[in-house]
Every structure is written in C-alpha cells, then in structure tokens.
Ligand binder design. Structure first.
Ligand SMILES: *[C@@H]1O[C@H](CO)[C@@H](O)[C@H](O)[C@H]1NC(C)=O
Length: 400
C-alpha cells in the first residue's frame, strides 16, 4: 500500500491531539472514586486504578473514532460507514475534535492525492482507454471496439450479477498483453501494480501439474484477498491454454458466483481476462481468405471471425481451455480475436518504440526495422510471423 508510511505518523498525531484535548467525559468511575476516597490504604487506591482504566478505555475508543473519521475523509473508498455512524459510548464528537480532523485531513491531502468520492485506486478512465486503444494499439480494430464496449458496459451496469470474462486470442506479438496492460492502466491508478489487479502466468505461477492442489488454494486466496481489498478487481491469466483443468474448474466457480442479494450492498465487480494463442492460426487463415477475396482489413467484423474461432477452440484436441466448462457453458462473455499484423503495423510499432525511448529515427529506419521480421505466407509475405514482438529491442541496431 503506497500510503503505508503515513499511517503510523497520522495515528501518532491523532493521539497527541487527543491528549491535549480534554474531551473524555466523566465515566461512572469518577463517582466511585469519590465514594471510596474515605477509606484509607489500598482499598482507596483500587477505585482510583479502576478510574484510570476506564479513562484509558475511553481514550482508546475516542481515538479509534477520530481515526475512522480521518480515514473516511482521506480514503472515502475504504471508509466503512457503519464504523463512523456507530457511537460505541453514545457521545457525539466534540466540535473541536471535528475541526482537528478537518485540519489534519487537509494537511494530509497536500502530500497525498485524496479524492472527493469513491476509491482513489480505481480510475475507470474510459476516455484514456479509448484513446490508448486507438493510438497506441496498431491494427486491431476489432479488439479496440470489443474491449471498450464490453468493459465499459460492464463497469457502468449498476448491479452486475456476475464477473465479466474476456478471452483474447491471436498469435504472439499481436497485442494481447499490451491490451491487458492498457486496461489495467486506465482502470486503476497504479496499473498492473495496483492491489486490485493480479496477473497470473500459467508457466510461471502454475508450472507443475503435481502441485495443482497447492496452486488451487493459493489462487483462490489471491483472488479473495484482492476482492476483499477492492470492490473492482482485474485478474489477468496469461498463457490460458496451459492452465490445468482443475484451475479452470476453480475459475468457473468464480465466474458463476453471484453476489448475495443485499439491496444496500456495494456491488463487487471482477473482470477476468484470458490470454491465449488458441485459434490464432485459424484467425490468420480466415483473415487471409477475406483479404484475398478483396475485403479491406477494417471491414472485417466479429461475425466473420467469431464462428471460426469457436469452432477451432472446440476442435483443438486435448486442449483444456478450449474444452473447459468456462468455454462450453458460455461463461466467457466475449471472445476477442487479434488479427495478424502487416508490414505497416510493424513500422508503427517501431516508431512508437523510438519515441518512447527518446531516440531519433527516419522513415527509412522504420522500414529497415520492419524488414527484420519474417513475413508469411511465403509467396505473399503479408503477415509478420511474430507481430510486433521484441521490436523495442530490435530498434537499437538501427539508430541513424
Ligand atoms: C484520462 O486519460 C486521458 C488520456 O490518457 C488523460 O488526458 C486524462 O487526464 C485522464 N483523466 C483522468 C480523470 O485521469
């Protein structure tokens, strides 16, 4: 948590304010002290100790209350309304105390970004998402439309009854990971580093099938932890085609899960994104056929590719993702095909790489970088076989 270091400091300040501020009310202990004061020796000391204990307890409860008010002021998203509304000892907060909390909150917000409402960690910037998908992503008009439309629709639904599941398909280097990152960056202030976002890579996080029981517990724990921390979570599963069937089964239960019907409960939203190269070759073949038939790339719609993709997934022998209940029971809301990239798209990727590293380039350099990729099919040389993969490393050999 980025604001971690401030918390102890703030707490100390609050306690200090509390000690200087004589607002603890007279408890029942005060009366008892008076009664007992007539008796000599230890017996008279005992009520005094009780009184002290009472005072300390009172101060503790009050500081918790200040703390709750303060955190609601600066982190409204994490604020528990009940915490503030409940007045455990039945007092109202003294006016002076309220002023201290206001001042402290204003001071704190000079260093840290506070938001007027909601959770600062969740940004849901659809303008930014639209702009990144149009400007930074190349050659993927279908992915741009589908991702923006479904994600926006889901996040704007007042009470979604399930998680949203997207499945990205295409060859490597076509931008699946990039789109997942763009999503994280525009939905969360801290992008993929946000506590609300978790990225799982099958071969890194779940490499050995003999440990699948351990992985199940761990994965479930990770997802639940994120969901407790954030009311809107994003889970990205890279290399989804390599996920063990039992992990897929666990995810199926998560996707099916319906929120309990509580009218006043804040909705919990989760987006699952699966990245895989399943159906990549079928997409490429379908696109090639359409282009050969004279259609322009931008005229290709999901209706041209969706059936091909689903048929390919159902047919791919022995693949657990394609055959999983996730896919068979229609738990995936949207299949997003990533088209194979052409020479001019690779040039654009090279240009972006030069720009992002502040390096100079010429039009000729861009051509030369794009020419280092292999293009297929052999006779037509139409699609880059690795898409835009590793372009940002390749550009270093071509500085003018
Ligand atoms: C949303 O993203 C756009 C483009 O990246 C940016 O200019 C804008 O400031 C962002 N808006 C918010 C509220 O962060």
């Amino acid at each position: 948590m980025p604001r971690g270091p401030w918390r102890p400091l703030c707490l100390c300040l609050l306690l200090l304010l509390l000690l200087l501020h004589p607002c603890a009310p007279d408890g029942p202990g005060a009366a008892r002290l008076g009664e007992g004061a007539e008796e000599p020796g230890w017996a008279s000391l005992w009520p005094g100790l009780q009184h002290l204990q009472q005072q300390l307890r009172t101060a503790g409860a009050l500081s918790r209350r200040y703390w709750a008010l303060f955190s609601c002021r600066v982190w409204p998203g994490e604020c528990e309304e009940d915490e503030v509304a409940a007045t455990p000892l039945g007092w109202s907060l003294p006016v002076l105390g309220q002023q201290y909390v206001d001042k402290l909150a204003a001071w704190y917000c000079r260093f840290q970004d506070c938001c007027d409402s909601d959770d600062c960690r969740i940004s849901n910037n659809f303008t930014g998402l639209d702009s990144d998908l149009s400007v930074r992503l190349h050659g993927q008009h279908l992915a741009r439309e589908l991702v923006l439309r479904t994600v926006r629709g889901y996040l704007e639904t007042p009470l979604p009854d399930k998680a949203l599941a997207l499945s990205f398909h295409g060859w490597s280097g076509t931008g699946k990971n990039f789109v997942a990152r763009i999503l994280a960056e525009n939905l969360y202030r801290d992008g993929q580093k946000s506590p609300c976002v978790r990225v799982f890579i099958a071969t890194i996080h779940f490499p050995h099938s003999k440990y699948v029981d351990l992985y199940q517990d761990w994965l479930l724990g990770q997802m639940q932890k994120a969901q407790q921390r954030c009311r809107q979570t994003l889970f990205i599963f890279d290399e989804a085609e390599k996920l063990h069937p039992e992990l897929l089964e666990l995810l199926r239960l998560q996707l099916e899960h319906r929120a309990p019907e509580k009218p006043d409960a804040r909705p919990q939203r989760s987006i699952f994104v699966f990245l895989s190269n399943l159906g990549g070759s079928a997409i490429n073949q379908a696109v090639l056929d359409l282009l050969r038939a004279g259609m322009s790339r931008e005229e290709i719609t999901i209706d041209h590719l969706g059936p091909t993709l689903q048929a390919e997934m159902a047919a791919s022998p022995g693949n657990s993702f394609g055959h999983s209940h996730l896919v068979k029971e229609n738990l995936i809301d949207t299949f997003v095909p990533f088209l194979p990239l052409e020479f001019h798209h690779v040039r654009l990727c090279a240009r972006d790489a030069f720009l992002s590293q502040d390096l100079a380039y010429t039009e000729e350099t861009l051509d030369r970088v794009a020419q280092t990729m292999t293009y297929i099919p052999k006779e037509e040389q139409r699609f880059s076989s690795q898409g835009c993969k590793s372009i940002s490393q390749r550009i270093h050999y071509f500085q003018p």
